[in-house]
Design a protein around this ligand. Structure first.
Ligand code: GLN
Length: 453
């Protein structure tokens, strides 16, 4: 813990931490020392972690990367972080993120962008860590924590993991409790870990997940021994390669990486089979209807009365307007407007209901593949390597949304997905592969990811 506290003081230029909590960390580490001395060590005893600032932490400033939560100190602890502290982990601080987890480059944070520790060969130009869990990914990659919590609504664990050469898993929807995690799109949001190895992710997810009656979508299933699953091997497994993920304009090096990954799995004893997920092309547009719709509803609670920022106005409505105008950033306002539009009376059937129907079709595509004997599906994690800071932020927002083309299907279907580092591109930046599993079969994902890692 001491070494990590010193490391993060020296790496502030990355802007990965929004808040460092060294005193709390040292106090927690002291407890861990005592537990170990007494022979009572818990599963994560003394492991220093960073916490995405979307998880409410009791008495510790929680911002969701937004000005509207400035000054908010929750009087409760999120279920996920509670589970980590129960198992002996130590909190180093709160990690930067895109505002309300909306973004793919950590450039929408109200507290400044995060910089990846990676650079292109022979260049000093700053590179994005991905988003929205950009602080989590950068901190893990730069050794500013042993592991971090993250959340994934449309790729925000897997895309930043792929951009930074780290491992990130989004478990099945319902595996982790969402209680106490600031909501973006409730039917898609899931917590998960980012860490440097598949095994570390397995250990962390084992602690983060588990039943919780306070979140009615959290399943009442026992948590499997994820760590044991890591070394299971892939012999006899069938891995599907979905042909629809071979999108136009995909760089040749991404295709090579994908072929290489399939080859590694074949060499380790898996059978590789081409499959079809015919509704893939509709996932991204449907996601960008469903996610903003739910966000517009979830974000209605930030009214200047209950949380954080309040900007006075001439009457109560004026106060709401002034608070929301000053508190939300551009991307969040864009999502609220899109979401409100697609939910409004005249457009609900044309957009929202249609997107929900597409969601069902996407889910059925995966079900058909699994029913036909596929155990896991291999795809690239992202359509490109990380890009430079500012390179996409000012362009058409759709350009940024295209980053999520391989990851959103997994959230739409509620499935588990893991991103694992699999190579370096010609410019020296990391590239990741994604494995998608059956519902509540994270174990097979850990085993297959280990064979690729
Ligand atoms: N990039 C996606 C978005 O902006 C995903 C975000 C997420 O998974 N939190 O909506």
């Amino acid at each position: 813990t001491q070494a990590h506290i010193e490391a993060l003081e020296k790496a502030r230029v990355l802007n990965a931490y929004l808040l460092e909590t060294p005193e709390r960390a040292l106090a927690m580490a002291d407890v861990s020392d005592a537990k170990i001395a007494a022979g009572e060590g818990r599963p994560l005893e003394g492991l220093p972690l960073g916490i995405k600032d979307l998880f409410c932490t009791h008495g510790v400033h929680t911002t969701a990367g937004s000005k509207i939560l400035e000054g908010f100190e929750p009087h409760y602890e999120s279920a996920v972080t509670h589970n980590l502290w129960r198992d002996g982990a130590v909190m180093l601080g709160k990690l930067n993120l895109d505002e309300f987890a909306m973004g793919s480059s950590n450039e929408t944070s109200a507290y400044g962008n995060v910089i990846s520790p990676w650079r292109r060969n022979g260049s000093d130009a700053p590179i994005v860590p991905g988003g929205s869990s950009g602080g989590s990914a950068a901190a893990v990659a730069a050794h500013l924590c042993l592991g971090a919590t993250a959340t994934d609504t449309g790729g925000s664990i897997r895309q930043p993991a792929a951009f930074t050469g780290t491992v990130g898993i989004k478990p099945t929807y319902g595996r982790c409790s969402r209680w106490g995690t600031v909501a973006f799109a409730s039917s898609l949001d899931q917590a998960g870990p980012i860490a440097r190895t598949v095994r570390d992710c397995a250990v962390l997810l084992g602690s983060m997940s588990g039943p919780d009656s306070r979140d009615t979508t959290c399943v009442d299933l026992p948590v499997p021994d994820f760590e044991a699953a890591v070394s299971r091997g892939v012999k006899g497994l069938t891995i599907g390669i979905p042909k629809e993920y071979r999108v136009d304009g995909m760089p040749a090096e991404i295709q090579r990486l994908w072929d290489q990954g399939a080859e590694w799995l074949r060499a380790a004893g898996a059978e590789i089979r081409e499959i079809s997920l015919p509704h893939t092309q509709y996932a991204l547009p449907a996601y960008y209807i469903v996610a903003p719709a739910e966000a517009s509803s979830n974000l209605a609670r930030y009214d200047g009365v209950r949380y954080g920022l309040r900007v006075p106005g001439k009457d109560i409505v004026g106060m709401y307007e002034n608070t929301r105008a000053a508190g939300f950033g551009r991307e969040v306002k864009r999502r609220i407007m899109i979401g409100t539009y697609v939910l409004s009376a005249g457009y609900y059937d044309a957009y929202y209901v249609r997107a929900q129907k597409i969601r069902t079709l996407i889910k059925r595509d995966f079900e058909a593949a699994y029913e036909a004997g596929v155990d896991a599906i291999l795809t690239p994690a992202t359509p490109s390597a990380a890009f430079g800071v500012g390179e996409k932020a000012s362009a058409d927002p759709v350009e940024m949304y295209l980053n999520d083309v391989f990851t959103v299907t997994v959230n739409m279907a509620g499935l588990p997905g893991i991103a694992v580092p699999a190579g370096i591109d010609a410019q020296g930046l990391p590239l990741g592969l994604q494995l998608i599993g059956r519902p509540f079969d994270e174990e097979t994902l850990f085993a297959t990811a280990q064979a690729v890692e």
